[in-house]
Structures are given as structure tokens and as C-alpha cells.
Ligand binder design. Structure first.
Ligand SMILES: NC(=O)c1ccc[n+]([C@@H]2O[C@H](COP(=O)([O-])OP(=O)(O)OC[C@H]3O[C@@H](n4cnc5c(N)ncnc54)[C@H](OP(=O)(O)O)[C@@H]3O)[C@@H](O)[C@H]2O)c1
Length: 242
């Protein structure tokens, strides 16, 4: 299949890491469907990505809303199919000790960070199967490090990791692949939210992950099924591929 006919869906493709992934895919000739709630970010991202992508369809709405997910998949179907699904949109929630954590907040964080990616994956599968597609779920070192204050967000990413690895095995028979990517610390709105009022200018911009994405999208998805990658320069598997 020609590169130009490939299609990727990126949740939270309107800024931060999701926009950077969109840039890499646009340069490779993918048509894009990008999600996000804020109209101005969506419009700016669409205008930028359109300079290189054959087509960009922005889709408004909260990813926890089934209607939003339906519109994202409808946009892919109308565009011709789906090769790559990037579950990137995520929320941080409050940072602080679990002893003081507002437990009902789990009722927001798990649906955004875990439920929505799984529900979107279910909807996307009929499009991904014919193209032997790739699912990329964005995780975090908080999923494994047990950082004080980061327990709730980390728990959602830990759940996403387990589900992704399970899914990768279950989808083998359909020849669809799923991988996890920890992007590392990045200077984005979410990261600033984690460190309110602090100078985070020492963190790299999402562009630092571009070499990883270029490598990833060159791989046969079936050769990396179920793997977890670190996108910054700390992962020998993608820096020195066999
Ligand atoms: N930045 C870091 O240091 C870091 C480190 C490790 C992992 N990560 C992971 O990297 C991914 C991207 O994060 P980022 O730092 O790029 O964050 P960001 O700059 O805040 O971007 C988040 C994107 O997701 C969208 N989004 C958030 N909640 C949404 C919702 N409920 N419904 C629909 N769209 C939603 C946002 O658009 P709207 O707000 O307009 O909807 C935006 O496009 C996340 O999965 C995050 O957990 C980031």
C-alpha cells in the first residue's frame, strides 16, 4: 500500500506530544484524524499539519464521550480506513499524597486514561484488522516508579500498560499489534500542570521524541508487538536495532 494512503488517528493530537507525533506522520504522507477539545489548539494544529499531510480531519470532543469516539472512527472510515491508532489524550488529575487523595477523582481519571483508549480500540478494530494496523498507547514512568504524589495518575497508566500487553496477545490472531511508549519528561501543558509555578524550561520539547517516532513507524508492527519503549535516548532496542 502506498504511504500516501495510510491513515492515523491521534487522540490529543492538537498539542504537546500528540501534535509532534502528527508532524512525524504528516511528513511520511499519512492522512490524519486528530482529537482534542480546545477549538483554537485544534485549528492551529490542523493548519500546521495540513502543510504536509494529504488530509487532516479535526474532531472535537471529550474522549470519554462515546459520541466523540464514534465521530473519530467515522472520520477514519470516511478517510478510507485506519493504519495507526495513537491513544495519547490523557489527564493528570491532582498531584498529592494518596492519604489526602479525593477518591471520587478516580471516577474521572480512569475513564479518560484507561476506559476511553480501550473503548476507542474496540471501535477501531474493524478498521485496523484489514490493514494489520498498529495501536500505540502512551504511558509514563509513573506507571512503574511509584513516585510519591503521582499514585492516581500512575495507577491509570499501570492499568493501561497491563491492558495493552494483554490486548497485544489477544490481537495476535488478527495480526494487529499494540505497543506502549513512555515519552519521558516533556515540556508540555500537562507537565507544567504537574509543577505549577515552577520553571520547567530544562525539560525538552516533544520534538526530542521525533527520532523515536521515525524509527517506530519504519518497523513491521508484528515485529514489535507488545513491546514497551522509552522514546527519549535511553532505549537500546530502538537506538541500535538488530
Ligand atoms: N509531558 C510529559 O512529561 C509526559 C511524560 C510521560 C507521559 N506523558 C503522556 O504523554 C501524553 C501526552 O501528554 P502531553 O504532555 O502532550 O499533554 P498535553 O500537552 O496536556 O496534551 C494533551 C492532549 O490531550 C488532549 N486531551 C486531554 N484530555 C482530553 C479529553 N478528556 N478528551 C479529549 N482530549 C483530551 C488535549 O486537548 P484538549 O485539552 O484541548 O482536549 C491535548 O491535545 C499523555 O498520555 C501523557 O500522560 C507525558
Amino acid at each position: 500500500m502506498a504511504e500516501s494512503t495510510r491513515i492515523a488517528l491521534i487522540t490529543g493530537g492538537s498539542r504537546g506530544l500528540g501534535l509532534e507525533i502528527g508532524r512525524v506522520l504528516a511528513r511520511r504522507g499519512y492522512s490524519l484524524v486528530i482529537g482534542g477539545r480546545d477549538r483554537d489548539s485544534r485549528a492551529a494544529a490542523t493548519a500546521e499539519l495540513m502543510r504536509q499531510a494529504p488530509a487532516v480531519v479535526p474532531v472535537d470532543g471529550d474522549i470519554t464521550d462515546a459520541a466523540t469516539r464514534g465521530r473519530l472512527i467515522d472520520a477514519c472510515r470516511t478517510s478510507g480506513g485506519l493504519d495507526v491508532l495513537v491513544n495519547n489524550a490523557s489527564e493528570l488529575g491532582p498531584i498529592g499524597p494518596l492519604a489526602e487523595f479525593d477518591v471520587p477523582t478516580f471516577g474521572r481519571l480512569f475513564p479518560v486514561n484507561v476506559g476511553a483508549p480501550m473503548a476507542l480500540t474496540q471501535l477501531a478494530l474493524p478498521l485496523l484488522i484489514p490493514r494489520r494496523g498498529l495501536i500505540v498507547n502512551i504511558t509514563s514512568d509513573a506507571a512503574t516508579a511509584a513516585y510519591p504524589g503521582w499514585g492516581a495518575y500512575g495507577a491509570t497508566k499501570a492499568a493501561l500498560e497491563l491492558l495493552t500487553r494483554t490486548l497485544a496477545g489477544e490481537l495476535r490472531e488478527h495480526r494487529v499489534s499494540a505497543v506502549l511508549v513512555d515519552p519521558g519528561d516533556l515540556r508540555t501543558r500537562m507537565h507544567q500542570q504537574a509543577f505549577p509555578g515552577q520553571d520547567i524550561s530544562d525539560r525538552p520539547l516533544p520534538e526530542v521524541t521525533a527520532p523515536f517516532w521515525r524509527w517506530l513507524f519504519d518497523q513491521d508492527p508484528e515485529s514489535i508487538r507488545g513491546w514497551r519503549f522509552a522514546a527519549q535516548r535511553e532505549d537500546a532496542r530502538w537506538l541500535q536495532p538488530a
